[in-house]
Design a binder for this molecule. Structure first.
Ligand SMILES: [Zn+2]
Length: 471
């Protein structure tokens, strides 16, 4: 059915203007004024912002980790994402050494198909490089449209890959048109520091942060960036948390290296003192990299503003406080890493970023949506308001105020790390390919309606178009 989105202020990564949208067959068919109604459904936005649906480039839904499985799956996770103004998620498909990657991808299809309410895609973890992997990679890219590969430099004896694997992945990505993503922390040094802390009887959650200091993130980020330059390849550093890592990314970019950086809401608004909360509550705030001293937040905001960091991911990986996080009682190294973030990613960036004058409205759209579409081969099907693009649209009230709370959120986890935080601005309605998923703050979507999206190969020239976003 045709729809007309009326009286909205269209916001893209480059422009802000008043116009109506005509939606037909799931796509934006026209942008203009005074479209004849002609049987179309009229959606009056009453002057709200209308921007492209958020693209969350970093989620771990129903992921096995640390002897448990992340709580939000592709159903609860994508419903919560939609409530928060996100219409596409890219989840990390974990692979097992010695097994065909195809098997892992099938596992991820099985847990997402018939569950997701918005569109989704996968990144692929590379744990080792051998002849089998090199043979399978081009096939996976062609058949599955997976064009980004994740290498872990941390989690020793679990996910961690060595530098040879990282370098060969960078070379393969260069040849095949892929984007290499790294979790940049020095896993060997962390392993030593964690064992030392535990031997000394230091078992509380705060030691999670103290055994993963900023230097280990800065060192690994610099190492990955240097190897990228050597391979003349392309790199995306996930969940940048500290000044030390920002410096390395900025330096690499100044050299002309094709290096990009993502941060997450938790690093922008929470700090290391949260890990010191009594009664084991610090476990709610265990991420890797860990929360940092508060002054790092200003560095991250400035990096988003000046373009040294370009994107915001949620790193959604939720665990209940009761029954999952408490696996680490008496040993911080056994606390499952991660938290429920997917729902509040867009709101927090708008409220803390745009409303507080740290970034512009157009930068906000670029950071939560457009840039992610460009980097990960979804643009211009997704990530913008343009004729021919998917009608993935958020109608956003920029003035409404709300308090974030586990009592009202739609994620499955039993707590919210931003509990009690006041935010300004909230999605009112959200459309995925022209159909309402959220309507007037109510879920009206269909379980399983989300489609798996094959993505195009990495194209560095496509990513440059909004390098300089006007303020
Ligand atoms: Zn992650």
């Amino acid at each position: 059915m045709k729809k007309i989105v009326k009286n909205g202020i269209i916001v893209t990564a480059t422009d802000t203007y008043q116009a109506d949208l005509l939606i037909e067959n799931g796509k934006i068919a026209a942008i203009g004024h005074d479209f004849p109604l002609g049987g179309a459904e009229l959606i009056d936005t009453r002057g709200s912002y209308v921007f492209p649906g958020g693209i969350d480039p970093h989620t771990h839904l129903e992921m096995p980790f640390g002897g448990t499985v992340s709580k939000d799956d592709f159903e609860t996770g994508t419903i919560a994402a939609a409530f928060g103004g996100t219409t596409t998620v890219i989840d990390f498909c974990l692979t097992n050494k010695g097994e065909p990657m195809k098997n892992a991808i099938q596992t991820w299809h099985a847990k997402s198909k018939d569950k997701a309410v918005i569109d989704y895609s996968f990144h692929l973890m590379i744990g080792e490089i051998n002849e089998d992997v090199l043979e399978e990679l081009p096939v996976v890219m062609e058949e599955e449209g997976i064009t980004s590969f994740k290498v872990f430099m941390a989690y020793k004896n679990v996910f961690q890959a060595d530098d040879g694997t990282l370098f060969r992945t960078l070379l393969a990505a260069k040849e095949l048109g892929g984007l290499v993503m790294v979790h940049a922390e020095n896993g060997d040094v962390i392993d030593y520091l964690v064992n030392q802390a535990l031997e000394q009887g230091n078992t509380d959650p705060i030691y999670h942060a103290l055994t993963r200091p900023p230097e280990v993130e800065g060192e690994a980020t610099g190492r990955a960036a240097q190897l990228t330059g050597l391979a003349n390849s392309q790199l995306y550093v996930v969940h940048v948390s500290c000044a030390e890592a920002v410096e390395k990314i900025a330096a690499a970019r100044r050299k002309g290296y094709d290096v990009w950086g993502e941060t997450c809401p938790q690093y922008l608004v929470l700090d290391q003192t949260y890990l010191e909360k009594p009664n084991f509550e610090g476990a709610k705030y265990v991420w890797s990299p860990p929360l940092r001293e508060k002054w790092h937040q200003d560095v991250l905001w400035n990096a988003l503003k000046n373009g040294d960091l370009q994107t915001l991911g949620s790193d959604q990986c939720s665990f209940d406080f009761n029954g999952q996080k408490d696996l680490g009682k008496g040993d911080f190294s056994k606390i499952p890493n991660g938290g429920p973030i997917i729902e509040d990613r867009v709101s927090i960036l708008f409220s803390e970023g745009v409303k507080k004058g740290r970034i512009s409205l157009n930068q906000f759209v670029d950071i939560v949506s457009t840039r992610n579409a460009k980097l990960f081969g979804l643009y211009p099907q997704k990530g913008t308001i343009a004729v021919g693009a998917d009608a993935d649209i958020v109608i956003f009230d920029p003035n409404v105020e709300r308090t974030i709370s586990a009592e009202t959120h739609h994620m499955a986890a039993d707590y919210n790390p931003f509990e009690g935080m006041q935010v300004t601005g909230e999605p009112v309605s959200v459309l995925s390919r022209g159909e309402f998923v959220i309507r007037e703050k109510q879920f009206v979507g269909k379980i399983g309606k989300g489609q798996y999206i094959k993505r195009a190969r990495y194209n560095s020239s496509a990513t440059d178009a909004t390098d300089k976003v006007s303020n």
